[in-house]
Design a protein around this ligand. Structure first.
Ligand SMILES: NC(=O)C1=CN([C@@H]2O[C@H](COP(=O)(O)OP(=O)(O)OC[C@H]3O[C@@H](n4cnc5c(N)ncnc54)[C@H](OP(=O)(O)O)[C@@H]3O)[C@@H](O)[C@H]2O)C=CC1
Ligand SMILES: CC(C)(CO)C(=O)C(=O)O
Length: 316
């Protein structure tokens, strides 16, 4: 995880620029990046649900962040893509990914456009590659705690922030120009060669934290004291499935990260449960169960937590 956003925001030297950036879904993470890029004067627009697009077009995008500043950025916003994007940042929840993608037809992407999905999990990468065959989907993971407190109003909390992007076979200079533009906003970016390690490294931390905090209805401080065995067991199950796919992960690292977090840290799945929104239980936990079955790796603790959370989600 990359920590401590740099508020000095160094200017990108000699950078050609990533071109026009469209952000699909201005929620906790999408709204944060769209706001930061717009504040820096980048060419950026937002595609959102009808009411949220209207609100942002009228009032701008409000961002509150102790580390990156409080500001309102004027950004174009519409319910369907109107500009041709060189970069598409996809920031929906997994539960609304497919209907949201209908708002960005493939013809609205420049040939060879870069797609940066901020979703947790891994199954969305193949879905995006099938849907946009002429684009380059870069496996990515964002480490930040950021909440859409109201349409077009984003609050980033917590001490960590970092965007990890894999080259994923795309032209290196274009990926680096994009990384430079995001870094210049003050948001740290790490470029990586190994996309599987990037995605599974995030899931290794995220899945235990999300499932156990959401199941217990407690932030990190409570579960690391009371549900440590479940945290460690889910981390070990993720590591076992990742190992079957050739990715080496050490569960000790996950426990060390969980122990270092502020006790009030809440994963987005817990925030969804508290707000009565659909939870990404299937896209994250269900995906691990499917990958475990395919590899012949047992995942009993994840299975129990997923079953309980699916029952809770279905009961509304
Ligand atoms: N929040 C966080 O701290 C982190 C989240 N993530 C991951 O990032 C992804 C996004 O999460 P997060 O930012 O929390 O999500 P949010 O719930 O904050 O935002 C989701 C956004 O999607 C929009 N949306 C929903 N349906 C549609 C649709 N059909 N068309 C267009 N837009 C739509 C919502 O619109 P509206 O505003 O109109 O409701 C909202 O702006 C998830 O996979 C999550 O796991 C990863 C790291 C940290
Ligand atoms: C990193 C973490 C736990 C940040 O809150 C996250 O990815 C999420 O909440 O979805």
């Amino acid at each position: 995880m990359t920590s401590h956003p740099d508020p000095s925001r160094p200017a990108p030297a000699g950078e050609a620029g990533p071109g026009h950036i469209t952000v699909l879904a201005p929620g906790g993470v999408g709204g944060l990046l769209a706001g930061l890029l717009a504040r820096d004067g980048r060419s950026v627009d937002i595609v959102a649900t009808e009411p949220t697009a209207a609100r942002i077009a009228r009032d701008g995008l409000r961002v509150e962040s102790a580390a990156l500043g409080d500001f309102t950025a004027a950004v174009e916003a519409a319910p369907a893509a109107r500009r041709t994007a060189d970069v598409l940042i996809v920031a929906t929840k997994a539960t609304s990914l497919e209907p949201a993608l209908d708002r960005v037809p493939a013809g609205r992407l420049a040939d060879g456009a870069l797609i940066v999905p901020l979703l947790n999990g891994f199954e969305h990468v193949d879905l995006l590659r099938a849907r946009y065959p002429r684009a380059r989907v870069l496996s990515s993971a964002i480490w930040v705690e950021s909440t859409r407190v109201a349409p077009g109003h984003i609050r980033q909390t917590g001490p960590f922030a970092g965007l990890h992007i894999a080259y994923s076979g795309a032209p290196a200079d274009r990926v680096e120009d994009l990384a430079a533009a995001v870094r210049a906003t003050g948001f740290p970016v790490e470029l990586r060669d190994d996309e599987a390690a990037l995605l599974w490294g995030k899931l290794h931390f995220l899945l235990p934290t999300a499932l156990v905090c959401t199941h217990a209805e407690q932030p990190v401080g409570g579960v690391r004291a009371e549900r440590r065995a479940d945290l460690a067991a889910v981390a070990d199950e993720v590591a076992a499935v990742a190992a079957a796919r050739g990715v080496g992960l050490d569960s000790g690292d996950v426990i060390a990260i969980v122990d270092a977090l502020p006790p009030g840290t809440k994963p987005s799945m817990l925030r969804d449960r508290e707000a009565g929104r659909p939870m990404e239980v299937d896209a994250l936990g269900g995906a691990l169960l499917r990958a475990g079955r395919a590899a012949g790796v047992p995942t009993p603790v994840t299975e129990r937590l997923v079953a309980d959370l699916e029952r809770i989600g279905a009961a509304g």
